[in-house]
Design a protein around this ligand. Structure first.
Ligand code: SF4
Length: 264
């Protein structure tokens, strides 16, 4: 029996891998990383150092496109409700790799969803059928993300720098189409060049589609409508209020679109 951990680069997936190894030994554990090609450099260091410390095989797979290329191909800019990038770049390649290598009765899959996210368990459980999915961090003993990061550093491995910069996840280099105003405000502050690239990419998709579509939304005078990254940046530069509480809900491999389709 193989134990395959969906190894996103997030601290939850690391903590899940540690528990899987403790329960089953490292020999039959595989860390499966699906690369979106816009990951932060700190993520690759984290993957290398943690897989070496655990002594476990790290398998890297990639669709070959970035999220921005998926939006262009799908003629749809990802947003908080629908994220075709996660379906195309995470779920589909992972499913394909697993089906090519293991039958449902030859492996168990693991996701890093923790006990604060238990409401997210039902969807991937159903989506991965007939494969079995388990969620070690949703089980006791319950630990917080801070405690996981502290444990990582106790082993002499620095936390991924996106966490140090105040991001809630370590995916897509600090970008996420599911993220909110506060998340992108932090991206502008911490990694302005990367924000500028996202702003330019969003504008390019808008031009390509010929539509007033944006990742973010803003409510003006009771009406909610598109809010581009350029407008967000200009509001911040002019010191206009932005919704810093609107962080958004990124969750690689665990979010499901409103359509019911799995997004990652
Ligand atoms: S982290 Fe966000 S942008 Fe990246 S693949 Fe997942 S949903 Fe898409």
């Amino acid at each position: 029996m193989k134990h395959i951990v969906m190894y996103s680069g997030g601290i939850g997936s690391w903590a899940a891998a540690k528990r899987v190894i403790q329960a089953h030994g490292k020999e039959n554990v595989i860390l499966l990383f699906t690369d979106t090609l816009i990951e932060d450099e700190g993520l690759y260091r984290f993957l290398d150092e943690t897989s070496a410390e655990m002594g476990v095989e790290l398998v890297r797979i990639a669709d070959g496109r970035t999220p921005w290329e998926v939006y262009r191909d799908e003629r749809f800019l990802g947003n908080s409700r629908l994220a075709p990038c996660s379906h195309e770049l995470k779920q589909k390649p992972a499913r394909k790799w697993i089906e090519e290598h293991f039958a449902p009765d030859e492996c168990v899959l693991y996701l890093g969803i923790d006990w604060t996210e238990s409401h997210r368990i039902a969807a991937p459980t159903k989506n991965w059928l007939p494969y079995t999915v388990k969620f070690p961090m949703a089980e006791e003993p319950y630990v917080t993300k801070d405690e996981m990061l502290t444990e990582l550093e106790r082993l002499g491995i620095r936390r991924p720098r996106l966490y140090e910069m105040g991001f809630v996840h370590n995916n897509c280099g600090g970008f996420c189409c599911r993220a909110g105003q506060g998340h992108f405000a932090n991206l502008l502050k911490q990694l302005p060049d990367r924000f500028a690239q996202c702003e330019a990419n969003e504008e390019a998709i808008r031009q390509y589609l010929g539509k007033d579509v944006t990742i973010l939304k803003k409510t003006r005078k009771g009406v909610t409508g598109p809010y581009s990254l350029r407008e967000l940046r200009e509001d911040i530069e002019r010191k206009n209020p932005v919704d810093m509480q609107d962080i958004g809900g990124c969750g690689c491999f665990v979010n499901y679109d409103e359509s019911g389709e799995a997004s990652e």
